[in-house]
Design a protein around this ligand. Structure first.
Ligand code: CS2
Ligand code: MG
Length: 402
């Protein structure tokens, strides 16, 4: 079998997506997500100019060798652009392999470890009361786990607050929106929000929270401690993790579970975090961490240290990523949870898929491959719409981590 053609489809059915389509001489086609929010065309160009020409004529069944070729062979290793491009190829090849075998992807990985995948939704509101109500709506819809993000008095455009109560999309303008960050106000507010949530909804729902890289290690330790009485499922991205050792300090001072990894590209970004058991959940995802082939390596390594998976699943990860992730989650023995921010109806129509939501869980389908396709004619009706992620500054103008 040979790869005869590959192309990149960039479309914007409500938000931007980059999708790689690979065709073979046997008429089988596979797709992979290559979306990197706010940097879409960099990955599209990397694929079109540098990767696709090297794929033509290769046997699509050689998934591992093609992964190694694109990783080792590029000489310039790692980084979000390279690893998203590799992920797209890898996901499309696993999709094709499933179609050749006539099996859903989870079967190729080793079969089901569970019947369904626990997901968490993203509840948000402009202030405390609105956020508490938004969490209630998710509970009413059957969610067992909900991440709560709220607007904070005195902070203009806090992370995670959307325009509606379900969809959340931070990439909102062609040039980055300026937001303002205020750590003392946030540290005073966040424990009040979770106290109120426990007070209102009791011990039942799992509650999560994303700090979005805003704190120093010591501030993160303080917040983790303050949240302990409210029993969080996890506190996410408490401090930037380029310096993995920073998590030693947080870990020493709090038992609130820690989750990190949505911006990681390879196992090297989390090697120390995992080896030293500095986190509880690893959040790498299919599209940004080199596809199924590499994510499997990260998860197996994490399993040695009883660290579980909790893959990123924001709306900027396309249904093609979500489909592959759900097969991965159905197989991976050390599964923890899967993020699930629902896509818009336009997005769902462009990417027909067979996964479904039921009782706070997602269930992957039985279609051979990962079960997601792209309607290219419909995609063509939604041209690229340049948008970037916001930036954050402190009140005095200092650039901060968004
Ligand atoms: C996030 C995302 O879902 C999450 O946990 O932190 O909202 C993230 O900000 C976006 O995916 C960035 O593109
Ligand atoms: Mg996050």
């Amino acid at each position: 079998m040979k790869i005869t053609a590959a192309r990149v489809v960039v479309c914007s059915p409500g938000r931007n997506f980059v999708t790689l389509v690979i065709e073979t001489d046997q008429g089988l086609t596979g797709i992979g997500d290559a979306t990197l929010n706010g940097r879409e065309l960099a990955v599209a160009s990397y694929l079109t100019e540098h990767v696709i020409p090297t794929l033509i004529g290769r046997d699509p069944q050689q998934v591992e060798d093609i992964w190694q070729y694109l990783y080792r062979g590029a000489y310039w290793r790692r980084g979000p652009v390279t690893m998203s491009a590799i992920a797209a190829v890898d996901t499309a090849l696993w999709d094709i392999k499933g179609k050749i075998a006539g099996l859903p992807l989870y079967q190729l990985l080793g079969g089901k470890s569970r019947e369904r995948v626990l997901v968490y939704g993203h509840a948000n509101g402009r202030g405390l009361e609105e956020t508490v109500d938004a969490v209630g709506k998710y509970i009413d819809e059957g969610y067992k786990a909900i991440r709560a993000q709220s607007g904070i008095p005195g902070i203009d455009k806090a992370y995670g607050v959307g325009r509606g109560d379900t969809y959340y999309e931070p990439a909102d303008a062609s040039l980055p929106t300026e937001t303002v960050w205020d750590t003392p106000r946030y540290l005073a507010f966040a424990p009040q929000l979770f106290a109120k949530l426990r007070d209102t909804y009791g011990e039942g729902p799992e509650l999560l929270h994303d700090v979005h890289h805003r704190l120093t290690p010591n501030e993160a330790a303080q917040l983790g401690r303050a949240l302990e009485p409210h029993r969080l499922f996890w506190m996410e991205d408490a401090t930037p993790a380029e310096n993995q050792e920073a998590f030693r300090h947080i870990r020493r001072h709090t038992t609130t579970p820690l989750a990190v990894g949505e911006v990681f590209n390879t196992i090297w970004d989390c090697k120390q975090l995992i080896e030293e058991q500095l986190i509880d959940y690893i959040r790498c995802t299919v599209v940004h961490a080199g596809g199924i082939t590499h994510l499997r390596r990260i998860a197996d390594f994490a399993a040695l240290y009883q660290i579980r998976t909790g893959s990123h699943g924001a709306t900027d990860l396309s249904p093609a990523c979500m489909g592959a992730a759900l097969h991965f989650d159905t197989w991976v023995p050390n599964f923890g949870i899967q993020e699930y921010m629902r896509h818009s109806e336009e997005t769902d129509a462009v990417f027909p898929h067979d996964y479904r939501f039921e009782d706070g869980h997602l269930i992957c389908g039985e279609t051979p491959g990962h079960g997601v396709t792209i309607d290219e004619a419909l995609a063509a009706k939604y041209p690229y719409d340049p948008r970037q992620l916001p930036v954050a500054r402190l009140h005095d103008g200092t650039m901060w981590n968004w």
